[in-house]
Design a protein around this ligand. Sequence first.
Ligand code: HEC
Length: 120
Amino acid sequence: MKGTLLFFGLSLVLATGAMAADAKKVANGKFLFEDWGCKACHSIGTQYNQDPTKGPDLKGVFGRESADWIKKFTKDPQAMIDSGDKRANELYKKYGTVMKKLKVSDAEWNDIFEFLKTQK
Ligand code: HEC
């Protein structure tokens, strides 16, 4: 009995800890999205830049593209276009500008992605 309770209590503590870590990542991702200027070219629904010619709306982006593609594309947009990737070339044609390669670190990208995943 004592063991069960201890186990239950421990799982609760671990689960809460994981949730707090996720919330922290999402909050940091939102901060980075604004700080790195993504918001100057991208809207997320009715938030941020509302000029649709600057860049695609990122609401639900993780629902329409694979996480893998998003990761590769954002890391080096021009390289993705040059590689002949169909989706990257469609976007390039539509917007007429190439998203800049930003000096965002992998850890920062991960937090930005956690934030974008919540923007369904
Ligand atoms: C100077 C404008 C600009 C900035 C700043 C910018 N982007 Fe982009 N982004 C674009 C454009 C334009 C595209 C469309 C692809 C292309 O033409 O390069 C794009 C495409 C994307 C895509 C793919 C969208 C889709 O529908 O598949 C993602 C994801 C993305 N950007 C995320 C970001 C994030 C995150 C940041 C900030 C770290 C950022 N962008 C900063 C202009 C920008």
